[in-house]
Design a protein around this ligand. Structure first.
Ligand code: ANZ
Length: 855
């Protein structure tokens, strides 16, 4: 790297051709492999910096600009700190938008995707991001997705991939399965049709088997991931601890089990509720009279049009129908009427609850609506005077003498707090916590219940009835077996799209791909069919960060030796919209890889940075709203360095930023000022800095000392502000102080160029060349700060008493007025001068003068 490049030394802003500078350095970096990570023999410590990889939906947008700026700042920073840095990029290139574009325009999803990738690649190059371009991957390349298929089969062998029938979101208009995220207010996000639940046989990954580890390992990430994200992950996994309780049902042999976090309240159960869409509800209804059955059917149809989120909404009016059946409370033999109501979900716990309206708000709302009894069993207030009568029921399930009304009926608020048990036999007087334990013992002893855990987390439904994804590498034989595609036949590649009708029909278009779907039974050699579904694209992104480590590997998804050298990712950067699913899936697959002995860590991303959004006039940018600021246009207008500096300066990383407040003009001026100053330096390289102006040197050295901490805390905007301060100080020294030949000016600009490299790498390289060095600045080691220059500057303050100077104090140049006055009043000479007179006035001009008036 001894090539010398002639620097541009502009006389004024207009003379700087930012695009020429940009192009020059970009080709220099590409020709010299400047950002290719060091190989096996590189002995430097390593850092793996990764930004969430882009989806190629069009050209690079502002979210990308922000994301890759931040990862670039971090990557460039660690290079200056002496690290061998891996900063790769790839494309998350399977997915629905390509397929939709293909359907709408008759384009090939493959062509659409790769054209967009080419455009984004060009834009990212032009943006000056220090990626290691030798490791690019696209998840839609067979040499990538073949390893998804390998992973799928590994998981199948371990019992972690399985098929089951389950209710899924179904759009009756588009005839396709929808992800939960594609259902908005119960309607199909794309066509607005009312989404239904439909039972389909689908492939799942058994993420629930890892629920405890996914939850417990979050503790490892405390302080390294945003607290908000950790909390969102915890809530999503949603572990609840309590008991399973078995209720006998009249006229039914088998018992009905319910899950409850509050087994202590069992004596207060006054009815039972089952999910209308559960098999249990259907079965119970069948055993009832004709009218009940009809009402139930009607209600079931209404329920099927609701999403789980709507069903759980607290402020929705409760609905339900009685099933005409009765359950028996195992602790007191009371008869509880059984209802079907949509606030109980089929997919959680056992799809049935014991309703305790006095202590559960949903149950209370329901009881009040349908006039069901409410029985207090935990006294959450002051000690109660007088006993609350136990409510009894008649044959029809109606309460006998339901007066006096307990408090929740009057206030409408369930008693959910701490308290002591009442109306509960041997539990009376116990605290809630003790009563929970005791009740579990009682249930276990009588064989009617047991300790139990439940999770909100569900197994991961991975099959999609779509074309543009990884084919599921399984074979359905004529006699109904399911076999793996033999390993030597992987990858199963996608057929050409042009011969297929990609329009959604409720079945994967691959099922109609003659010549593709037919195959042979690997066991018998008879005719068989390929599985026509493709995988959820979240499978692709669940392990891509490992593929970057061994991009060319053909006999394994990655080489465990590479994994040991580089992984896990040290810093992962991306939008908070991925706080749950992507991160959860990547964490899950990492644990699977750990269990397979392929990696020696259990968490993929050691630290996580979430960026805010770039808005325009307070709202999200979007093409349809016509408020889209195109990054490429901004780069064309101002150059990428100005866009980068303006974005970095716009505010804290995690905050949303409004493009209206982003000043590319300010950034352009600042960069021109810095570059021009570098061109003015007249001292030689190697000049003795110690001879330079001390005031300027202090500013320089404070930046050297503070910037690392600021970068590590992602306070990038503060570093830019400090750089601006340094460049201003340089200008002052050149114009008003010792001048452009002063060694401190050279020192300041060398440091400015190095720190500026994190934000405006083209300008930084240009400054470095102007200062007489060979490229590239990107590997220049961070300077050591001189501790003697970090000591705070001191000044002499004078203290006058009635106009006469009585004392001189050595104080910090930054001292505040109050502190200076306090020191002045406490000084011995001042005390003597004041004597027994009274100080009637103190005029303080920090840090130089204190003037006391005494009488
Ligand atoms: C009786 C009870 C009394 C309950 C009480 C709570 C308070 P989390 O914490 O979310 O796990 N439940 C159980 N299965 C349900 C289902 N499929 N759909 C809707 N609700 C269900 O909540 C567990 C509680 O939610 C369980 O404890 C059950 O109501 C209800 F004072 O049982 B509880």
């Amino acid at each position: 790297m001894t090539q010398n490049i002639a620097p541009e030394t502009p006389a004024n802003d207009a003379a700087i051709d930012v695009h020429a500078i940009q192009a020059k350095w970009q080709s220099y970096w590409a020709e010299n492999d400047t950002f290719v990570a060091g190989g096996e023999n590189d002995t430097r410590p390593r850092k793996y910096v990764l930004a969430m990889f882009p989806y190629p939906s069009g050209d690079m947008h502002m979210g990308h600009a922000e994301n890759y700026l931040y990862s670039d700042i971090v990557a460039r920073f660690w290079r200056h700190r002496g690290y061998n840095v891996l900063h790769p990029v790839g494309w998350d290139s399977f997915g629905l938008p390509a397929e939709n574009a293909a359907i709408q325009r008759g384009a090939d999803p493959r062509e659409w995707t790769y054209a967009n990738i080419d455009q984004q690649k060009a834009s990212l190059h032009n943006y000056g991001v220090s990626f290691d371009w030798s490791r690019v991957l696209h998840t839609s390349d067979p040499d990538y997705y073949g390893w998804n298929q390998w992973l799928f089969q590994q998981m199948y062998d371990r019992g972690l991939a399985y098929r089951k029938e389950s209710p899924v979101n179904w759009c009756p208009n588009d005839l396709t399965v929808l992800a939960n995220e594609q259902v908005v207010d119960g309607l199909c996000e794309r066509c607005g049709a009312v989404v239904e639940k439909k039972k389909l046989t689908q492939w799942f990954f058994k993420i629930t088997e890892y629920a405890d580890r996914l939850l417990d390992d979050l503790n490892q990430l405390e302080g390294e991931w945003p607290t908000k994200v950790l909390q969102m992950q915890r809530n999503w996994i949603g572990r609840s601890v309590g008991a399973d309780i078995d209720f006998a049902v009249e006229g039914r042999e088998e018992k009905v089990t319910v899950f409850s976090t509050r087994p202590d309240t069992l004596h207060g159960a006054t009815f039972m509720v089952v999910a209308p869409d559960s098999d249990l509800a259907a079965e119970l209804a069948v055993g009832s009279d004709a009218e009940t059955r009809m009402r139930f059917q009607d209600y079931l149809e209404k329920t099927q049009k609701q999403t789980d989120i709507e069903r759980q909404s607290a402020d929705r009016e409760k609905t339900g129908v009685p099933l005409g059946r009765f359950a028996i409370n195992p602790v007191n033999g009371e008869r509880l009427p059984i209802w079907a109501a949509d606030y109980v979900l089929a997919g959680y716990g056992h799809g049935a609850v014991m309703a305790v309206p006095a202590h559960d708000q949903r149950d209370l709302d329901f009881a009040l609506k349908f006039d069901l009894p409410v029985k207090i069993v935990v006294d959450t207030t002051a000690p109660i005077t007088g006993a609350i009568p136990v409510i009894e029921f008649d044959e029809a399930g109606d309460p006998i003498d339901p007066t006096p009304l307990p408090a929740p009926v009057e206030t409408g608020e369930a008693l959910t707090g701490e308290g002591r048990l009442v109306n509960s036999g041997e539990l009376n007087g116990m605290s809630k916590r003790n009563a929970i334990s005791r009740m579990i013992e009682i249930l276990e002893a009588s064989g009617t219940g047991r300790r139990a855990k439940q999770y909100r987390l569900r197994d991961w439904l991975i099959s999609r009835q779509r074309f543009w994804g990884t084919p599921i590498p399984m074979i359905h034989t004529e006699d109904g077996r399911i076999e793996k595609v033999p390993a030597d036949q992987l990858p199963v590649t996608l057929p050409q799209a042009k011969d297929l009708d990609l329009k959604p029909k409720g079945k994967s278009p691959l099922g109609a791909a003659a010549g593709w779907v037919e195959t042979t039974d690997p066991v018998t050699g008879e005719k068989a069919l390929r599985d026509p579904d493709t995988m959820d694209t979240f499978v692709d992104s669940s392990w891509y960060y490992m593929r970057f480590l061994s991009p060319g590997s053909t006999d394994a998804p990655f080489d465990p030796k590479d994994a040991q050298r580089w992984a896990p990712v040290d810093t992962y950067i991306g939008g908070v919209e991925h706080a749950i699913l992507h991160l959860l899936y990547a964490r899950f697959i990492t644990k699977v890889l750990f269990d397979m002995g392929l990696v020696d860590f259990t968490e993929p991303f050691s630290s996580l940075i979430n960026q805010g959004m770039v808005l325009l006039d307070g709202s999200k940018m979007s093409k349809s709203k016509g408020n889209l600021v195109q990054v490429t246009d901004e780069i064309a207008a101002h150059g990428s360095d100005a866009v980068r500096v303006a974005l970095a300066f716009a505010g804290p990383v995690e905050d949303d930023k409004d493009w209206k407040d982003v000043s590319t003009a300010g950034a352009t001026k600042f960069l021109a000022r810095a570059l021009r100053a570098a061109g003015e330096v007249t001292s030689e390289t190697g000049v003795k800095w110690a001879d330079g102006d001390t005031a300027l040197r202090r500013v320089t050295h404070r930046l050297i000392a503070d910037a690392p901490g600021l970068v590590e805390q992602t306070k990038f905007n503060v570093v830019v502000a400090r750089l601006m301060e340094l460049v201003n100080a340089v200008r002052k020294t050149i114009d008003q102080g010792p001048g452009a030949g002063d060694p401190a000016v050279r020192e300041a600009l060398e440091v400015a160029a190095m720190v500026l490299d994190l934000f405006a790498p083209h300008t930084a390289e240009e400054m470095w060349a102007a200062l007489g060095y060979e490229p590239s600045i990107s590997q220049v080691a961070w300077r050591e700060a001189d501790p003697t220059l970090l000591v705070e500057e001191e000044v002499t303050a004078v203290v006058q008493v009635n106009g006469k100077v009585r004392a001189q104090l050595q104080v910090s140049a930054k001292i505040g007025a109050d502190e200076l006055e306090r020191l002045a009043r406490a000084d011995e000479k001042v005390l003597r001068a004041v004597g027994d007179k009274e100080i009637v006035k103190a005029i303080v001009r920090a840090p130089k003068v204190v003037s006391l008036v005494v009488k």
